[in-house]
Design a protein around this ligand. Structure first.
Ligand SMILES: [Zn+2]
Length: 77
């Protein structure tokens, strides 16, 4: 008899802007689940020192299963 995993029916779905399909499934480094897609959320600069030369935008790549941040990149959009 295995333990039944109770999944909350109204888990807050993280908002994401795009989903990208992986050419081959990969294991998420956070939750170890094999995933076949990645979600991308836009990163907008909120506060900045005015001498900063950092890009104004970027994006974060999330695991669709655990919503863990796999990668974050500045610029490039
Ligand atoms: Zn994950």
């Amino acid at each position: 008899m295995g333990a039944v995993m109770q999944q909350p029916s109204e888990a807050p779905e993280p908002t994401f802007e795009a989903e990208y399909v992986l050419e081959s499934p990969l294991g998420c480094p956070k939750c170890q689940v094999e995933i076949s897609s990645l979600r991308v959320v836009r990163l907008l600069r909120g506060r900045v020192n005015f001498t900063s030369t950092l890009p104004r935008k970027g994006y974060v790549v999330l695991c669709p299963k655990c919503a863990g941040i796999i990668s974050a990149t500045l610029g490039g959009i």
